[in-house]
Ligand binder design. Structure first.
Ligand code: CU
Length: 132
């Protein structure tokens, strides 16, 4: 039996689609690590182009950091002007915290579109670390 080409094309397209499901990873600090100020958080996204929030184009988004703050509703706009929620609206892929308080912290990264609405399905990562 031979696989007819329409099915092959469909299978390849599906594989490509699945392979491109966007992801984000907080590459530093490492989960569970102990760090000192300043704390640099670095982010690596795949399957989504990280751009400034002013870019209104499908397949793009910008990073958000929730620092010791729970995620806000995923089908709603991520608020501005809230302590602990940062929009990296210029397309940055890192952020330096100069003076996190000593003790345990949790940072959640979340990618959202130009309307600041999280991508669906959610593109998120979490790290916990301790500041000495
Ligand atoms: Cu935003």
């Amino acid at each position: 039996m031979t696989l007819s080409s329409p099915w092959l094309i469909l299978a390849l397209a599906l594989a490509a689609f699945i392979g491109q499901a966007p992801t984000v990873k907080i590459t530093s600090p490492a989960n569970g690590s102990t760090v000192h100020n300043p704390v640099k958080v670095t982010l690596q996204a795949t399957g989504v182009e990280i751009v400034a929030a002013t870019v209104e184009r499908p397949g793009t988004g910008h990073h958000h950091l929730f620092v010791d703050h729970d995620l806000t509703p995923l089908d709603d706009t991520i608020p501005r002007g809230v302590t602990g929620i940062l929009h990296l609206g210029r397309g940055q892929t890192e952020f330096v915290f100069d003076s996190l308080s000593p003790g345990p912290h949790r940072v959640i990264a979340l990618v959202a579109d130009w309307k600041h609405v999280p991508l669906k399905p959610p593109v998120a990562d979490t790290v916990r670390f301790t500041v000495k």
